[in-house]
Design a protein around this ligand. Structure first.
Ligand code: FES
Length: 171
């Protein structure tokens, strides 16, 4: 998926934070090779093989929660049949996942309203079966797109690369 301009700004902000942290911890390494040290801090590899269909796992990436969801065929279909015109922040589901790995939805778990962590436990996913933000009632769908409530944007999709069928690299 192509990162949107908003995703890029988000990622750029995260990377700047990582550079700052790297400089504090390893001043000499950071001075000699800031790109490599920032990159090492910035990415995360996750073994997703134990995440069952319908399950959502939360990992921490650059200090923020990231939701990794193994979507069922019904959840994918629900996301794909929504007309773009019904979306506040119009994005196709296809643009938010990797081609051929449509079951894996990976989003930053920070509500785009005021930054609470939306709920995704069974029975807590809200009326669009995605995530529900308990702070002011934003509901996201099975693509992590905002569908109801005050949040202005979809949950951001980080840069993602599958290194194998089991391991995904985030960042
Ligand atoms: Fe999520 Fe306000 S912070 S709805």
């Amino acid at each position: 998926a192509e990162p949107t301009r908003r995703d890029f700004l988000y990622i750029a902000t995260g990377a700047a934070g990582a550079v700052g942290a790297a400089s504090l911890a390893w001043p000499f390494i950071a001075q000699m090779n800031p790109d490599a040290s920032a990159l090492a801090l910035a990415s995360l590899e996750v073994d997703v093989s134990a995440i069952k269909p319908g399950q959502i796992v939360t990992v921490k990436w650059r200090g923020k929660p990231v939701f990794i969801r193994n979507r069922t065929p019904e959840e994918i279909e629900a996301a794909r049949k929504v007309p773009l015109g019904e979306l506040k922040d119009p994005q196709t589901d296809e643009a938010r996942v990797q081609k051929g790995r449509d079951n894996w939805l990976i989003v930053v778990g920070v509500c785009t309203h005021l930054g609470c962590v939306p709920l995704g436990g069974v029975g807590q996913r809200g009326e669009y079966n995605g995530w529900f933000c308990p702070c002011h009632g934003s509901s996201y769908d099975t693509s992590g797109r905002i569908r109801k409530g005050p949040a202005p944007y979809n949950l951001p999709v980080p840069s993602v690369q599958f290194l194998s069928d089991k391991v995904v690299k985030i960042g």
